[in-house]
Each structure stands twice: as C-alpha cells, then as structure tokens.
Design a protein around this ligand. Structure first.
Ligand code: WT7
Length: 636
C-alpha cells in the first residue's frame, strides 16, 4: 500500500505540516493508496452540530477488494490469518490470502442463500474461530451490515442488540471454548431469539462438534450450506457512505447504542493507522489479542492488517490457560513481531510472577502495544522490560469504538516513550482540551476534557436508529467539537496523557459499562428499591464495580442476596458485569433536588472517605456516615 508511511521524526513533522496546509490533499493522498471502483469527487463534508459527516463523496468501493483481492494478486500464498487454537495441543491454521478469499466467497454465497442482501443486518455471535473473521468479511463482500456481539454477553444483551438493528440472520457456533471451559453459545442464541422476530435464519459453525438442538427451517449447519457454493463471489459496489458495520457500546445513559461506521472513511483510516502505529514489515507476523467482538478486533485484527496485506494472528483462548505463559509461548511459536494487548492482561500476567515470561526470549518482538484503558507506570515498565526486553517501543494507543481507529499514539519508535503518556496525535487528528464551559485550554500541563476539533475519516456517523442520540452524546456538550468523554492532560511537548472517563462510564478490564445500565439490571431484583453504581481503582481490572443498594426489607441472608443480584447482572449483561462489591445501605447521598452525589460514593468506594469535599448541599448527611462505616470491609 503506497500510503503516507511515517518512519522518522521528520516524516512525522512533514505529515503534520502537509495536513495543516491542506487536510483535503492529505487525506486524498492516503485514500489514493486504495483501489476504488469509482473515484470520489469531494474529500469531506462536515457539520459538527448536526453530526453530519461524509467522506470521499461519490466514491464507490468494496473494502474486501482492498483487504483480499489486491493481495491475492500480489501474494496469493502469503498467510493472511494465522489461527492459534484454544488448546495448544491442537494444530494451528495458516490461511493464505487466496484461501481466505475462497472461504469468504463461500460464506457470502451461503448468506445470500438465506436471503441476505445489501443493507441487511447480520449478527455475529461467535468464538474466536476463523469463521468469525470470514463472516465479517463475507458481510462486507455482499454489502450486508455486520453487528458483531461479543460472545460473553448474555442472551438478553444479545436480544437487545438484535432487536435494535432488526438483524435477519445470526451466525453462531455450537459451543465456545475458553481455557478449560466450554460455553453452549447456540443455546444462548436460542434463548435470545425467543424475542427476536426479525431473525429468519441461523447459521451454525462447528467449533466443538457437540450435538445441539437445531430448529427446523430456521437453523442450518454453516458447513452444509457452504459445501456446494462457488469459491468466488463478485464484490458488491458500495458507496463510501454506505454502512459497513454496527458495533454496540455503552454510554452514561440508557441502553448500549449501535455505533455506525461507513465503508470509505473507515477503510482509509484503518489501513493508514495500522501501517503507521505498528510498522509492520512485509515478512512480519502481527498479533492483537483482542476479541473481534470489540472495536479493537474489528480494526486491528481483521480490517487494518488485511488492508495492509499483513499476516494477522487470531487466538481462540485465554492468556492464563494452560498457564500464565500462554501469550509468550504463542509469541515464541509464531515468531510474533508486533504484539498488541490490554493493560488488564498485562497486570494479570504480571501478578502471576516473572518466571512465565522470563522463560521466553521473545527475540522477534519489535513493537508492543497497549489499548483500552490507561496503563499505569508499573505495568508499562514491566511490559517494556519483561516482554519487550527493553528493546521494543511501547505504543500506548488511545482511541474509542466511536473513533474507528487509533487517534493518539507513538508510531513504532517515532514519538515519546514516556510511561502513562499515549503521546501525540496521528497526523490528521486534531485533539484539543477544553474546560467545563467549553473554552479552549491552550496552556500546557493542565487537565481538561478531551475533544476532537476536525473531522477524520473513520469517525462515528450515527447511532443506529437514533441520530439525535448521536448528536446529544457526542456533539452537543461542546459546540463544534466531538466530545470523547475522557479527561486528559497535555505536557509541554504536546504529549497527551489520558486520565480516564469523566462521565458515568466505568472501564472494567477495558470493557465499557454505563453505570445506569448496571443499576437498571440490579433494580430488576424484586427486593431492590434503588441502587447506585460507581467505579473504583482496581489493581488488575483498572476499575472495579461498586454497587450501593437499598433494599425493601432487611435481608435474612445478605450473602445470598448478593449472589442473587450478581445473577441479575449475569442475566442482563453477562459475567463481565459482576460487581466487585455490593454494599446494602438505607439511603443514598442526594442533593435537595434529588440527584445522587456520585462523587461522594466514588470517594467512599475508593477508600478516600476522608476527602469528601463539599457536602453542604446534601439532603441527609447522616446517610454518608452510615455508608462510610459499612464500606470498611469491602475496600482494601
Ligand atoms: C475508552 C474507549 C478502542 C479501544 C478499546 C476500548 C479508554 C482506550 C486508552 C488508552 C487510556 C484508553 C478511554 C476511551 N481508553 N484506550 N490507551 N489510554 N484510556 O474501546 O470500549 O470504545 O472504550 O477506553 O476511556 O474513552 P471502547
């Protein structure tokens, strides 16, 4: 790909200068590195207050022509996807670009055989098996909009997401392997579909080969439907602004919303950011440990690497099984050159002891990356010393589901290696800090709210089915800017340090939850009157979930009630939403106007009840005393 490739400080400076001089020329140059079926006639139209953004207007393309066909011509036998199974004793798979296009074509035909057409929504609820990546690309091939739902979400969450975007087809598998455990995910799909009338068919991939119930007329084995399909399918011609996918994510209010990304801009930015952040060479093997159910997996397991013609690794299992050396064993086995993971995984593995990582020389590693939450200095240093053996730049990449791609990060070894600082924006990205009133903070070394001032190609286009919500969430707080929801600080050299969410979003092990969504689930319990949920610092997870709960009557068995509340959450959201602490209280600290003072709850949960600040607006100060004394046995 002849894109803008930044390999030195002067390349970086030149790229920024070029963008400042003419953003349109800058992005056009990057877009020109791709194959278009019809060239665009205008680079961008942007209206921030209306959240109306169009990129590469009039352009026609199919992202898979750039992610597959182009490479099938240039290097058909190069490995596109290297798949490492859950069990290290099972064989791994190397799927070449040529084979991948065949698999994608067959699956695309199979989807068409179920009546799927351009614009239809398809839900993917699958393990990290090759069929998941193939299904993503097969949707893109025929212009169907994929909505991948992380296979750890509950039946209810899955149903909510399917209903919100009226999916017609669900692709899943019989079961899912996760370390030593097996989860019957087809069973979860069956439960979800009891309330999803839009779904007319289900394709089931075989993962474990278990015999499972299949509903006549609705459910089909993927393999059988694919078997006799042709191994090539023409790519559908898509407009730049046709939707490519929907991905649900949590915000501070209401149910998770479907973030919509479109074909042209997303493609341009995914390839550009991948190439420059990870500096992946022709022969390199790249591995991102995320699940494709999150945006990281979309952009940096599937689309980014394949657009660049790279070899991307996909891992089915978990970092701690069979032991805490699994990541490093895989790095060694496949001679991984670029490795990308989350701080929560780094901290969890760090806690298991150095012997697991010390056992592997990891000589092939060149760049190691971090994403999802702030990385604390101790974890950064351990990652750099133990994994990178002090030889690899750490790219601390800041971005969001809504930004589509990495926004602030070092580019390989270009940019600062300063622990806890994500660094500078990628050329073309225009971050700013504002104060609470929306005034621009121009001085350095000050904390502010992180906003983005100029449009970028892979920015969120809408929230599915509710454009006003997109405007309200991201484009209303600070006029003319995109508001990220994060607080940040900029140092004298222009390096950004991300502090964390300033809204009611909790980031647990890199997973985003809205406090309201957790509270709603807790309130479902018949004995719960009201609840308030906050995040607190957690050694491994980054943030933990702390729930304060008011009950209708004194519980006979507190432990049992806690378990019941936990199961409400597992049912409503999934096991990843289990609180770390549930404290029963008789009241919540509220202002006279009835607003919960979460600031106080956060301080108490963090063990900082001696720093409550101004409590003069509290309706009932005694409640706070009770909460503080009851919290003692929860907080370490
Ligand atoms: C939120 C976005 C997009 C990657 C996966 C998470 C936090 C993300 C960093 C980082 C500090 C980070 C932010 C952001 N975040 N990367 N390098 N340093 N914080 O995607 O679920 O959309 O969450 O994750 O708070 O707003 P997401």
């Amino acid at each position: 790909m002849k894109s803008i490739h930044i390999q030195s400080e002067s390349d970086y400076q030149n790229a920024v200068a070029k963008w400042k001089k003419s953003p349109d020329d800058f992005w056009a140059d990057i877009a020109n590195a791709y194959t278009w079926l019809k060239p665009w006639n205008k680079v961008v139209e942007a209206d921030f207050p209306k959240a109306d953004f169009k990129w590469f207007l009039g352009g026609k393309l199919n992202i898979t022509l750039n992610a597959l066909d182009r490479h099938v011509e240039a290097h058909p036998d190069k490995t596109a996807i290297l798949w490492e199974p859950n069990n290290p004793k099972d064989p791994h798979l190397e799927i070449s670009y040529k084979d991948l296009l065949k698999r994608v074509s067959k699956m695309a035909h199979a989807m068409k055989a179920q009546g799927i057409e351009k614009g239809d929504r398809v839900c993917l609820y699958m393990p990290m098996i090759p069929e998941l990546a193939v299904a993503v690309l097969a949707c893109a091939r025929i212009g169907a909009v994929h909505s991948v739902v992380f296979a750890g979400f509950s039946a209810q969450s899955l149903a909510d997401r399917i209903q919100d975007s009226h999916c017609k087809l669900v692709i899943t598998s019989d079961e899912l392997k996760r370390g030593g455990k097996i989860v019957g995910i087809k069973n979860i799909v069956d439960q979800a579909l009891e309330s999803c009338p839009s779904v007319t068919s289900v394709l089931v991939a075989q993962s474990t080969g278990a015999s499972i119930p299949m509903q006549n007329g609705r459910d089909h084995w993927l393999e059988e439907v694919q078997k006799n399909q042709a191994d090539f399918i023409e790519a559908e011609e898509m407009d730049s602004e046709d939707p490519l996918f929907i991905l649900y994510t949590s915000g501070s209010t209401g149910k998770p919303k479907g973030v919509v990304h479109t074909c042209g801009g997303y493609m341009v930015y995914a390839g550009y950011s991948f190439l420059n952040v990870f500096q992946v060479g022709k022969e390199d093997v790249y591995w991102c440990t995320a699940d494709i159910g999150w945006i990281t997996g979309h952009t940096y397991i599937v689309y980014g690497p394949l657009l660049a013609g790279a070899t991307t690794t996909m891992f089915e299992g978990v970092p701690t099984w069979p032991d805490a050396g699994r990541f490093w064993a895989i790095c060694e086995k496949h001679k991984i050159n670029q490795f990308y993971t989350a701080p929560t995984a780094i901290r969890a593995l760090m806690a298991k002891g150095d012997e697991f990582v010390d056992a592997y020389p990891l000589k092939d590693l060149k760049v190691i990356g971090s994403v999802g939450e702030p990385i604390n200095e101790e974890a950064w240093v351990w990652y750099h010393e133990k994994v990178g053996k002090k030889n690899c730049p750490v790219v601390d990449t800041w971005w969001q589901t809504e930004t589509g791609g990495i926004m602030i990060s070092a580019l390989g070894d270009v940019g600062p290696q300063k622990p806890t600082f994500a660094g500078r924006p990628l050329p073309g990205v225009d971050p700013i800090l504002v104060d609470n009133e929306g005034n621009l903070i121009e001085e350095n070394n000050q904390e502010g709210l992180l906003c983005i001032r100029s449009p970028w190609p892979s920015m969120i286009r809408t929230t599915y089915g509710d454009h006003q919500r997109c405007i309200n969430t991201y484009f209303s707080a600070y006029k003319g800017y995109y508001f990220t929801g994060d607080g940040a600080k900029r140092d004298a050299d222009g390096h950004y340090r991300i502090i964390g969410r300033v809204d009611d979003v909790i980031n647990v092990s890199g997973h985003r939850f809205g406090t309201a969504e957790i509270e709603n689930a807790i309130d479902e319990h018949p004995e719960v009157v009201e609840s308030a949920v906050v995040g607190f610092p957690h050694d491994i997870k980054g943030q933990g979930i702390y729930a304060y709960v008011i009950l209708s009557k004194k519980p006979e068995n507190q432990e049992r009630l806690r378990e019941e509340i936990q199961s409400e959450l597992v049912k409503a959201i999934g096991p990843i939403a289990k609180p770390d602490a549930i404290q029963f209280v008789s009241g919540l600290p509220k202002t006279r106007s009835g607003k919960i003072m979460r600031r106080i709850l956060r301080k108490v949960a963090s063990g900082e009840s001696d720093q409550l600040g101004d409590t003069s607006t509290l309706l009932d100060p005694e409640v706070v005393e009770e909460i503080i004394s009851g919290s003692k046995h929860f907080v370490s």
